[in-house]
Design a protein around this ligand. Structure first.
Ligand SMILES: Nc1ncnc2c1ncn2[C@@H]1O[C@H](COP(=O)(O)OP(=O)(O)O)[C@@H](O)[C@H]1O
Ligand SMILES: [Mg+2]
Length: 244
């Protein structure tokens, strides 16, 4: 049984079919890349899984149980953590407080202060940010903000991490480091990862499989090397000869 099984997922906004009959399965321990051009429905798919949006149709099974339509806190408590494409930390809280707040959110009843602070320190250490209680968000650059976003998701103690555009706004060496970090999170914590990016780039080096979306529909699913050789995927990314 896959850990997460999305089948026939749809999300409409008025007449727009942002996600249209999307199906994919995520196996325990894998890193699945979910890629596609801007506006292809990647974040909407995440928002349906994570409980921000109620799907218009379809099923989302996590550990075999239906989670489609559950509110975000319930989905999080079940073990699905997510990052947001645009980091929006609480600027007047310290780094540790920001992440500890996520740790509280991630625990159902019975969250203790000691546990939440420990989860926050562990998450900050895992992404390579300071665990010093005085460290603040002021002056954090794009790469550090992406790390903070990952730490906030990790502090909820997920089994599955949904990472949305972890490379956006980073330079090349920062992208390589971010890719290695996701790989390390999988290896050291055993966390299954679904990783959204609009660019293929370094993601292709780390993921086990990719699912490619275009206009809300799956146009390819398989190993990264096959994706790069697939005519439809190449067309979506590079345009056709006539377009050129
Ligand atoms: N809350 C919303 N209301 C209306 N349209 C939306 C909403 N969220 C996303 N969309 C539209 O759905 C489509 C897919 O968006 P999105 O999932 O954010 O794409 P991606 O993450 O792949 O760039 C886009 O056309 C976008 O404008
Ligand atoms: Mg997006």
């Amino acid at each position: 049984m896959p850990l997460l099984n999305v089948s026939g997922l749809s999300k409409r906004f008025g007449a727009l079919r942002a996600v249209n009959n999307v199906s994919f399965a995520v196996e325990e321990g894998e890193i699945l890349g979910l890629i596609g051009p801007n506006g292809s429905g990647k974040s909407t798919t995440f928002n349906c899984i994570a409980g921000l949006y109620t799907p218009s149709g379809g099923s989302i099974l996590f550990e075999g149980a239906e989670i489609a339509g559950l509110p975000a806190n319930r989905v999080c408590h079940k073990g699905i953590g997510r990052t947001f494409q645009i980091p929006r930390p609480f600027r007047n809280l310290t780094l540790l407080e920001n992440v500890a707040l996520s740790a509280y959110f991630g625990q159902d009843r019975g969250a203790t202060r000691a546990n939440c602070w420990r989860f926050a320190e562990e998450a900050l250490a895992l992404v390579g940010l300071p665990t010093d209680a005085r460290a603040v968000t002021d002056g954090l650059g794009a790469a550090a903000l992406k790390k903070l976003e990952l730490a906030r998701a990790l502090a909820t103690q997920p089994r599955v991490l949904l990472a949305d555009e972890s490379l956006n706004g980073l330079d090349h060496s920062e992208m390589e480091q971010a890719a290695d970090m996701l790989n390390r999170i999988r290896r050291e914590k055993g966390i299954t990862i679904v990783w959204v990016e609009h660019i293929m780039g370094v993601l292709m080096r780390v993921v086990d499989r990719v699912v490619v979306l275009d206009h809300g529909e799956v146009i390819f699913a398989g190993p990264p090397k096959d994706a790069q050789a697939n005519a439809r995927v190449v067309e979506v990314y590079l345009g056709t000869e006539t377009d050129a």
